[in-house]
Design a protein around this ligand. Structure first.
Ligand code: COI
Length: 354
């Protein structure tokens, strides 16, 4: 078993940081100087190292490229006003990563490698965490099958990596959402709850069609009746109807158990709203809109944080919202930001100090 002491570090000779403009840096296009890498070979994790960020040399027969045994996570690191780095709830992502690994018949990554490796990497790259409002350092842990073999079977070898990308706001303007009734994201018994790379690849065609119609993302509905809402593009989704907040429950295994979703649920409860995790049909949403009870709609995710939804299209019915008049979404966003940026005390134990 690898211990932290076994993590070998090779540093860059020249940092690219001074050449990188961090203010309003676009999501996912720039990467820090170093990356973490580990290999699963002969039933154990080995070669754990932090080394300069660089391309990988892969065989064209690398199993993941053919059969999609690939999973990932999204986590963020922030700086408090004193400039100290913190990671938001990384242990929850670590647990979800291994739940995804199990579903995809991949080996679990040990805590010493994931958590200690992450901590060491963020410590080395702490100067890459932007200090501007709504900016952060996006952390992308991922794992893929690395056998050089095109027979269909779980690989014997895997590669685990963490790369880091400084980022500004992801969806910075309120979004227009198309309720999807033709394509399906996930079915019970499938991999919807796992952060499997293929879930995102499979969503792209539907999203591209929605974009052609003038929408930013789709709101997925259930696979059998296209009646109940699931999640929205790369986000979980919340509806404020009257004095209740409703978000789809996780029981069917078709929805990602978002760490931001869970945090927002905790914060919403402190605002005196009644929270319901349950099946929510488009008919109920439509009725609430017609009666003036549908107040606010928003998405949550690590990359997206909290994204306002200004328009929902269901069949030919277009629901539009004046997001400037909203109360709770802005309040939750503010509370979450104050915790993440260390402006108010973190009573929930969410911020992990480096
Ligand atoms: C995240 O929110 O971290 C995601 O994984 C969404 C997306 C960037 C794929």
């Amino acid at each position: 078993m690898t211990s932290v002491a076994d993590i070998k570090i090779t540093r860059v000779e020249h940092s690219r940081l001074s050449e990188t403009k961090l203010e309003n840096i676009p999501f996912g296009k720039h990467f820090t100087d170093h990356m973490l890498e580990a290999d699963f070979i002969n039933g154990e994790w080995t070669n754990v190292q932090i080394r300069p960020y660089q391309p990988l040399l892969l065989s064209p027969a690398t199993a993941a490229i053919h059969y999609g045994q690939a999973i990932f996570e999204g986590i963020k690191a922030y700086k408090n006003p004193q400039g100290e780095p913190f990671i938001f709830r990384p242990y929850d992502n670590f647990k979800r990563f291994n739940a995804s690994a199990t579903r995809m018949e991949m080996p679990e990554v040990p805590e010493e490698i994931f958590m200690e490796g992450l901590k060491m990497l963020i410590d080395i790259e702490r100067n890459w965490i932007p200090s501007y409002a709504d900016h952060s350092l996006y952390i992308r842990p991922f794992m893929f099958s690395s056998d050089e073999m095109i027979g269909v079977k779980p690989s014997d070898n895997y590669k685990f990596m963490i790369i880091l990308s400084p980022t500004g706001p992801y969806y910075n303007t309120p979004m227009k959402i198309y309720v999807e009734e033709k394509y399906v994201r996930a079915v019970p018994g499938g991999v919807g709850y796992a952060k499997a790379a293929g879930n995102y690849g499979a969503a792209m065609h539907a999203t591209a069609e929605a974009k052609k119609k003038g929408y930013d993302q789709v709101l997925w509905t259930d696979a059998f009746e296209h009646k109940y809402v699931q999640e929205c593009g790369t986000m979980n989704v919340f509806f404020i109807i009257g004095d209740k907040v409703i978000t789809p429950n996780l029981e069917s295994g078709t929805i990602l158990a978002g760490v931001t979703r869970d945090s927002v649920i905790t914060v919403l409860k402190t605002l005196g709203l009644t929270l319901e995790e349950r099946d929510l049909s488009m008919d109920e949403i439509l009725e609430a809109h017609k009666s003036g009870q549908l107040k606010e709609v928003f998405g949550t995710g690590t990359a997206a944080t909290i994204s306002l939804i200004k328009e929902l299209r269901y069949h030919d019915y277009v629901m539009q919202f004046d997001t400037d008049k909203w109360i709770y979404t802005h309040q939750v966003r503010k509370i979450m930001n104050e915790i993440r940026y260390g402006i108010t005390p973190d009573e929930h134990g969410w911020m992990y100090k480096i």
